[in-house]
Design a binder for this molecule. Structure first.
Ligand code: MG
Length: 216
């Protein structure tokens, strides 16, 4: 099956392929997505309830017991990427960890986001000192991650909050060290995990050390 997104050519993006490769997600890894999306929805007179690990099922009219229609939720989600994602709060320690890792590895940002998100996302990363090559994907990340890692000559690591992406990388690029990171403390107890398969570390300082060890 062909990957859903054409694999970018890393060398043409300025990535040093002689170094280890660290592939990092944005939402709930470098940025507090749920927090940012929740604040955005409040600005629209809506409520975001973090009582399960879900997206559109967590959006409510204030006081309502039934969540918003899923299509309507999706529209707010797409609007957030276009208009609101630039205000997303940072995951504590993320930029510092990437700065340290970038001394021993090539860092690439791999985010699942709609195409209209690219500009705001790149600006957000740049504003917070994370001007690493940015790649947008849709669907499970394994095929694209495998295509990226195949271009490198050293070891590689992959960081994401979502189990489907981690499982997908395990399937398509099993030699890549996998780490699950869930930045938002409210989501940490809710996020499905398989710690025996993918190392789970929610603290960026500890995660940075574990990644450095895995790729050295
Ligand atoms: Mg994510």
């Amino acid at each position: 099956m062909p990957p859903s997104v054409k694999t970018p050519h890393l060398e043409s993006m300025g990535v040093d392929l002689s170094r280890p490769l660290v592939i990092v997600d944005v939402d709930e890894v470098l940025g507090l997505f749920m927090q940012g999306f929740g604040d955005f929805l409040v600005g629209r007179g809506l409520e975001f309830r973090v009582d399960r690990f879900a997206l559109f099922q967590n959006i409510y009219q204030p006081g309502a017991t039934e969540h918003l229609d899923l299509d309507e939720g999706r529209k707010h989600y797409e609007d957030f990427f276009r208009y609101g994602a630039g205000d997303m709060p940072l995951a504590p320690g993320g930029p510092e960890a990437l700065r340290a890792l970038s001394e021993i590895a090539s860092v690439v940002i791999l985010t699942n986001a709609p195409g209209q998100a690219r500009l705001a996302r790149a600006r957000w990363l740049g504003r917070h000192g994370m001007d690493y090559p940015l790649i947008l994907n849709t669907g499970p990340k394994g095929p694209l991650a495998a295509g990226l890692v195949a271009q490198g000559r050293g070891p590689a690591a992959f960081v994401d909050d979502l189990l489907p992406n981690l499982n997908s990388v395990a399937e398509h690029a099993p030699h890549v060290a996998r780490f699950q990171h869930v930045a938002d403390p409210r989501l940490q107890p809710l996020a499905p995990a398989e710690p025996d398969r993918h190392t789970r570390i929610d603290d960026w300082d500890l995660l940075r050390q574990a990644i450095a060890q895995a790729i050295s």
